[in-house]
Design a protein around this ligand. Structure first.
Ligand code: NIG
Ligand code: FE
Length: 415
C-alpha cells in the first residue's frame, strides 16, 4: 500500500483531539478528552492532514483507504522514561524478590544496577544494538510512537559511550522520535567504592566532553537518592551538563525525599521522574515550576513499592506524564498499555487523564508536544488503531489483553 496518502475510515471513536496550542495538560483539564464518534482521519505523507465525521467524508480516487471497521484511533503513547538499551535480563533478582529481599537489599549484595553494568561491559556493541532494536520494535507494535532512552548501565567512559552510540544508531534506524539521556550518575561503580570524587570527575571531565564531541545526548539524568547520589552531587552534575547544553530529566523521590525536586527545578529540569515518596514542600515546588512530573506505575508494581500520588498531583494542578521506566531491574516491561491500566487501577486515575498523561504530557516531557501527542492537523501521524472495542476505557479495563490492531509512526504502518 502506498503510504503517502491514507484515509482511515469507520473509526468508532477518534480519541484525543486537541487544538494546536495545547502542549501540556494539568489538573481538571487532564480529565477532559475530546472525542469524535464515527469518524475518519486523513494522513498525508508523515502528518495528519484532516479528520472529521464519516458523514462529511468525500473520497478522492487517489486515496488509500484503511477501514478501521469499528476500531478506535488514538494518538500513539509517548514513553518519556526508559532504560531500553541494556545487556541482559535479571530474573535471578526476581526470584530474590519473591523470597522477600527488597530492591535495596538486592543492590547491596551486588545485584541491581551494578549487575547490569557487569553484563554491559561484556556485550559487544553489535549485539547490544540487535537486542535493543528488537525490544524497540516490540514496543512500537504495542503503540509507542516516541521514546526517551537513557544510558546508565555503562558506568565507565567506554560503557556509557557504548550505550549512547547504540541509542544514536536506533535514532538513525527508526522513524520514531527518540531522545537520548546521559545517566552516568546511576550508581557508584564498585571500583570507585572509596573514591566517590574520582567518579564524579570521570563524569564531569571525561564522559561529558566525549559525549558532547560525538553529539550523543539530548538530556542529563542523575539517580538522586539515599545511597546513590546526593543533592550536592546532583547540583554539580547538572551544572556540568548545562555547560554542554544538556537539560535535566532526573530520577528523584523514589525511596526518599531529600531535596532533589527543588534542586532539579532550580536547574530548570524538563521533568522530575518517579515521585513515589512526596513531602508537602515537594508539591509546592512543583506547582510553581514548569517542570513536569513523570510517574512510573509499572516500577511500583514490579518492585512492590508505593505508587506516586497521581490524584494528589491532579488536585494540586500539577501536570504529570506516565512512562514505562523499561529496565531490567525495576520494570522489565515497556508495554504502555499495561502502564495505563496500572495508573487506572492502582493510582485511581480516570482513563481520560491516563490517555492525556501518556500522550500529550509524555510528549511534553520530551519537548516534542508541538510535533506529536494528540489528534491535531499538522502533527505527526503517530496513531494507534484498536480492534473493535465497546469504548476507549475498555483498553485499560481489559488489562493484559492486546487491543491494538495496527500502529502507525509518521504516516507509515508498523509490522
Ligand atoms: O528507574 N531507579 C533507578 N533506576 C532504574 C532502575 C535501574 C535498575 O534497577 O536497573 C529505575 O527504576
Ligand atoms: Fe528509571
Amino acid at each position: 500500500m502506498n503510504n503517502s496518502n491514507i484515509i482511515i475510515t469507520n473509526i468508532k471513536e477518534l480519541v484525543g483531539i486537541l487544538p494546536k496550542n495545547k502542549l501540556v495538560l494539568g489538573g481538571k483539564e487532564m480529565n477532559e478528552l475530546s472525542i469524535l464518534k464515527n469518524a475518519f482521519i486523513e494522513v498525508q505523507e508523515d502528518k495528519i492532514q484532516s479528520f472529521g465525521s464519516m458523514k462529511d467524508l468525500k473520497l478522492k480516487d487517489t486515496q488509500n483507504i484503511f477501514d478501521a471497521n469499528g476500531g478506535s484511533v488514538l494518538p500513539s503513547w509517548n514513553d518519556s522514561h526508559t532504560h531500553l538499551v541494556f545487556a541482559k535480563s535479571r530474573e535471578k533478582e526476581f526470584i530474590d524478590k519473591i523470597n522477600g529481599l527488597s530492591y535495596e537489599q538486592i543492590a547491596k549484595k551486588g545485584g541491581g544496577i551494578l549487575n547490569s553494568a557487569l553484563h554491559l561491559e561484556k556485550i559487544s556493541e553489535k549485539t547490544l544494538y540487535e537486542n535493543s532494536k528488537q525490544r524497540l520494535k516490540n514496543i512500537i507494535n504495542l503503540g509507542t510512537g516516541a521514546i526517551e532512552i537513557k544510558s546508565g548501565y555503562g558506568l565507565s567512559l567506554e560503557g556509557e559511550l557504548k550505550i549512547l552510540r547504540t541509542i544514536k544508531r536506533l535514532k538513525e534506524t527508526f522513524d520514531i522520535e527518540i531522545k537520548s539521556t546521559f545517566l552516568g550518575a546511576h550508581a557508584l561503580p564498585t571500583k570507585y567504592k572509596n573514591k566517590r570524587e574520582k567518579y564524579l570527575d570521570l563524569i564531569i571531565y571525561e564522559m561529558l566532553p566525549n559525549i558532547h564531541k560525538e553529539g550523543l545526548a539530548d538530556y542529563i539524568d542523575v539517580f538522586c537518592e539515599t545511597n546513590y547520589f546526593n543533592v550536592d552531587e546532583l547540583d554539580r552534575i547538572l551544572d556540568a551538563g548545562a555547560k554542554f547544553n544538556l537539560k535535566p530529566k532526573v530520577h528523584v523521590n523514589q525511596f526518599t525525599s531529600i531535596g532533589g525536586i527543588q534542586k532539579a527545578i532550580e536547574h530548570k529540569a524538563i521533568s522530575v521522574d518517579h515521585l513515589e515518596i512526596m513531602e508537602e514542600n515537594d508539591y509546592d515546588s512543583l506547582r510553581n515550576s514548569s517542570t513536569i512530573a513523570t510517574l512510573l506505575p509499572s516500577c511500583s508494581f514490579f518492585i512492590d513499592i508505593a505508587y506516586a500520588p497521581a490524584r494528589k498531583l491532579m488536585d494540586k494542578n500539577i501536570p504529570f506524564a506516565l512512562a514505562s521506566d523499561l529496565n531490567p531491574g525495576s520494570s522489565p516491561n515497556g508495554n504502555m498499555n499495561l502502564v495505563n491500566s496500572l495508573a487506572c487501577i492502582k493510582m485511581k486515575i480516570l482513563p481520560e487523564a491516563v490517555i492525556n498523561a501518556s500522550t500529550i504530557n509524555g510528549a511534553y516531557a520530551m519537548e516534542i508536544s508541538n510535533l506529536t501527542g494528540s489528534i491535531t492537523v499538522g502533527k505527526q501521524a503517530n496513531l494507534i488503531i484498536t480492534k473493535p472495542i465497546e469504548s476507549y476505557p475498555y483498553l485499560f479495563y481489559s488489562f493484559g489483553e492486546n487491543c491494538i490492531e495496527r500502529t502507525m509512526v509518521k504516516g507509515k504502518w508498523n509490522k
